[in-house]
Write a protein that binds this ligand. Structure first.
Ligand SMILES: Nc1ncnc2c1ncn2[C@@H]1O[C@H](COP(=O)(O)OP(=O)(O)OP(=O)(O)O)[C@@H](O)[C@H]1O
Length: 251
């Protein structure tokens, strides 16, 4: 089943104050199926952030279509997109974006609180996810009371709380040392393996991408190449490095 389909997506940033017009996305088409774990890679300036912003409804493309769960988000009004995002998309950010004034269980529950879900159902869902990620003991703690690795697990639980159609991860290993990178990628792999979450991640990091099953390489706003893992992470890592050296550009 297809969760995300992108058809001929373009994004042009208009000329502004002496800066020239930039074509950041130049006819991107791609498809992500249910249960896939896919990375988008590409050199700096290749259009990764522009793409993710449009896929997640934060920004509008210039032309093209983005179907998420069979709905074209490019034609939705602003309020409709906001609601649609909350119901269908989970996010994992580079710095995890936890709110310091809320306990960890409140952080995880927030999307459901905003959606006015019945408190008992919220409690059950939070408990279920805290148990899945092995963080039941952290319920009443605050983000500044816990380690980086624990924050990662809380952020992953929050991303899944609304049972989203897809989880977008934006450079999730961007600020982490290799141990923590391993940790968060393990968590995302577990989400994908154990509960069939569909995950699309943007990354510069070949190590992080090697946990995925497929990597789509973009450059100059176009899809340049796509590779699939045979399940051997080390081999896939080597293959990713090889493609990066062929495609070129500073990553
Ligand atoms: N708001 C904006 N206004 C004008 N140009 C922009 C804007 N955002 C991005 N660009 C330009 O669009 C192109 C693609 O940028 P984008 O940030 O999508 O690339 P990226 O692959 O995410 O880069 P990086 O890996 O460095 O974050 C670049 O040339 C960038 O300078």
């Amino acid at each position: 089943m297809e969760i995300l389909r992108v058809n001929s997506l373009t994004k042009v940033y208009n000329a502004f104050k002496g800066a020239k017009e930039v074509k950041a996305l130049d006819g991107i088409s791609l498809s992500i199926g249910k249960g896939e774990f896919v990375a988008i890679m590409g050199p700096s300036g290749s259009g990764k952030t522009s793409l993710l912003n449009i896929l997640s409804g934060v920004d509008k493309g210039t032309s093209g279509e983005v179907y998420l769960n069979n709905r074209d988000i490019t034609t939705m009004k602003k309020d409709e997109v906001t609601l649609f995002r909350r119901k269908n998309i989970g996010y994992i950010f580079q710095d995890f974006n936890l709110l310091d004034s809320l306990t960890l269980e409140e952080n995880i529950a927030l999307p459901l609180i905003l959606d006015k879900v019945n408190p008992k159902n919220i409690e059950n869902r939070v408990n279920e996810l805290m148990s899945f990620f092995n963080i039941e003991d952290l319920k009443k703690k605050y983000p500044y009371n816990i380690s980086g690795g624990e924050k990662q697990r809380v952020a992953a639980a929050r991303a899944l709380i609304n049972d989203p159609a897809i989880v977008f991860a934006d450079e999730p290993t961007g600020n982490l040392d290799s141990k923590s990178s391993n940790n968060i990628m393990g968590i995302m792999g577990k989400m994908n393996q154990d509960i069939s979450s569909t995950v699309l991640m943007v990354t510069h990091d070949p190590f992080a991408a090697s946990f995925c099953k497929r990597v789509i390489f973009i450059k100059d706003g176009k899809v340049k190449m796509e590779i699939n893992s045979n399940g051997d992470r080390k081999q896939f890592f080597d293959k990713i490095l090889e493609v990066q050296s062929i495609i070129g550009g500073v990553s």
